[in-house]
Design a protein around this ligand. Sequence first.
Ligand code: DGT
Ligand code: CA
Ligand code: CA
Ligand code: ZN
Length: 574
Amino acid sequence: MPRSNDRVAEGLSELADLLAITGGDPYRVRAYEKAARSVALYPIDIDELDAKALDAIPAVGPRISKKIIQLRDGGHLEELDELRAQVPAGLRSLLSVPGLGPKRAHQVYEELRVASIPDLLEALEHQRLRELHGWGPTSEARLAAAIEQYQQAGGRMQLGVALALAEELVGGLASVPAVNEVTYAGSLRRMRETVGDIDLLAASSNPAAVMEAFSRLPQLAEVPARGPTKATGITVTGIHVDVRVVPPSSWGAALVYFTGSKAHNIHLRRMAQRAGLKLSEYGLERIDDGKMLASATEEQVYGALGLAFVPPTLREDRGEIEAALEGSLPRLVDLGDIRGDLHTHTNLTDGMASLEEMVAAARRHRYRYLAVTDHAPLMAMQRMTTEKALAQRAALRALDGAGGLRLLHGSELNIQADGSLDWDDDFLAGFDLLVASIHSAFSMSRDEMTARLIKAIEHPAVNIIGHPTARSIGHRPPIVFDAKAVFDAAARAGTALEINSFPDRLDLDDELARLAQDRGVKLAISTDAHATRHLDHLRYGVATAQRGWIRPESVINTWPLARLRRFLAKGRHR
Ligand code: DGT
Ligand code: CA
Ligand code: CA
Ligand code: ZN
């Protein structure tokens, strides 16, 4: 069950979207959007708050707090139900089209009855948009180009969005008595950074009952295709969900098949064929006498092929089958290996939570250590000063050690275009840990960018390069640099590279992380939390590391504090 804050935030954000698309007051639209974000990130569970305390949430006033209470206690909001009835499913997906915006989405719907992305493509093809008020051939062409780029990204959703939804759907089906097993498969189970559609798999000897339960899931707006053992649904937010029901005896084989990847499956099938076997979603059979060798569990299927169990995050045909055959699969880093978070923010800069709240949250995570790394002065918006940093250090020292949690005072510095950093070297030497990141000047030549990064890496006070490619998934491409040169410099200098766990960053990505580890680089899997709840994003960073074949040994925040401190000293006394 999702936390009430999430449920309510989702309701408010849906309200904002639907209002925008029906031409509602833009001021109200923005107010709902802001309130949704604020509620989602609010560190206190709203179930514990009365009306007055709700009013005190930033961006929430008495009018919105009434709606919050309705959403929280009744789960329903009349206004939302009415808007839902008014807006066809699919129309909301227009809001995700870059370069359209709610106003124009409203316009194309009202004037051309465009109610989905396919409708929009058709209208573009027939040049019907240019005739609308405020449009012309140029804006039409610009929108077409934006959509093309969007589709090249595949219209794929971020892992975090898919996982939250899939967990709800799985929860909905798990409570159905006819369901023996249910899970999500596909790219989501492999924890790819973006997910095309959600694939659910259920084991049951009564598929009709599962199909019935699936089509009644409240998250689904429609179920356009439904057969006896498989169906496709579309959620109210326009996301595709495939479901497949298999007999309990084929659970393992079906799980292998529907987890993929396709390339991994093809490789497995070729191996099976060479051994006179046939691998399908029903099981592994001997071809000559049809004897079923394995089907009930994934372990049995891999075992019967002579392979060690391959973790889903590795199933991309990037060498995992060869390694499973030789018995040389790596021991992958796991959530339980992580002893602390090394990149977090507080409300001293752009975080939502106070130092005390972040520390309490880290204790709840049972961390051994936490580094607080607020932004540095060059990010002028954040208004950081030397005095504030020193005051924070004093406050942090006072909290150090309580509840078994050791605190490191850090900062996230800005790597400027020329590779220089905030503050002077003396002041930098006073921190326990420094992250340095690129937040601006994203386009420069490959050589200049490489030199910029290496200069920061070689700075004696810099310990971790934060989100090294600065990409934002679906929005900003990675910066361009010579990865081998940068990684070699990092390995030499004793500077770690971050795997930033934020679902729209995942930076380094899986492949770069693997290359970095191969070249001897140490990694830090951090959340870059700007709110207590962001500490939970660690799972995405760890999954990305697993997809990059990362071993716990390579990750500095799996180490005990004493060893971590030696690494942070970079050969100096600190
Ligand atoms: P996505 O949805 O684009 O993020 O990626 P997947 O991997 O979830 O792909 P999807 O949804 O088309 O199919 C789910 C799984 O089903 C896929 O990972 C492997 C299996 N599968 C689908 N099509 C084929 C196929 O033609 N051959 C084999 N061997 N497996 C397939
Ligand atoms: Ca899929
Ligand atoms: Ca699918
Ligand atoms: Zn940060």
